[in-house]
Ligand binder design. Sequence first.
Ligand SMILES: [Zn+2]
Length: 383
Amino acid sequence: LVEGALSGALRSYQALPSFIYPAVTGSAAERQIIFDALSRLPLKDISAINTIRMVPALGVPSSGGVALGVTRVATGDMQLSRWGNSFRTINGFAAASPQYMHTDSVNPDLLRNTVLHEAGHAHDYQGGFFHMLSPTSGHGPWGKGPFVTDYARTNAHEDFAESHAHYFESTKELQKVPGLEHSVTLRDADPAKFKAMRDSEQPTFMERLVDRQAFRETGRLIGDWTSGAPLARTGLAVLSAWSVMNLLSGGAGELANNLGKDEMQAVHGGLTLAAGVGLAFAFANPLLGPAALAALGARRGMEVADQSEDARAHTRSAATGAAVGGALGGLVGGVAGPLGGTCLGYAIGGPVGGAVGFLAGSLIGFRGGSTLGAEAGLALGRH
Ligand SMILES: [Zn+2]
């Protein structure tokens, strides 16, 4: 029962847009700058990042190879250099050739710009493991001029990230960032890239459903809870990708082995494969995640019928009824459980209530919904 509840919660987590904030580690002042930067982003961009860590330095300062930040897109891990983000511009912003001074605390304007740049890399590969082969910057105007900065000329990925930072800042803010003294916003620099960025930031209806205060505040609290165990976030991302690959290979194998032999087993394999495809490509279409929950609910329905003690449950019409009921129950429970649980809990007890409601709704929703739906469908199909 526990295993069923946990795997059901994992399926909902994979199928629905996430609203969990990254685990952020740094000083109180650094965290405030980071959260201010994140507050500008659509929730889907925030939840694409798993961890944000302030580290003393990235690269070797004396060798000149100094990075301000680095993002491992496969695991959603962002690191920000305290050393690199501690420069300030001297002799005036408008000077022809400004000079930079290293200070002993981070520059809020520079750190904010770095976070928005790095969040651009996460947004580029949004959707996790299965989106890696086809990043957003792989098509469209990226990698071609005009460029917002010299660094954007490096390649299409850096062009996308630099443009992302420019998209979320005003000209006045940009010009306070060391090195960007003569910058203008993305809209002014290149209307075509501005439009492409705006299109890529457009939320799907599922993402719009969760981008509201109840989910943002709850997601930030859950993110804070995971700060003590940042590896748990990476572990969840890896487990998630691994379990989807299991559905794909297991389903394909079961389908191929039973085609033309055992029809029910073949259908079972087909549903497993369909669910795997839906979860793998959920980033590409908002309907694929819920469709995967329906496929898994139908599979659960077939299992409920199969395990029933009642001989009448083993007829074709009863099994079909159980599959249809399981699909509907899994879809409704898997979506409404976690999302409704969060809203209800938040209304009662703020972010803590939202987190409790989310966890409870995730554990009960898909498993409970698909089982209840299957039982109902089975009862109808038996008559
Ligand atoms: Zn970059």
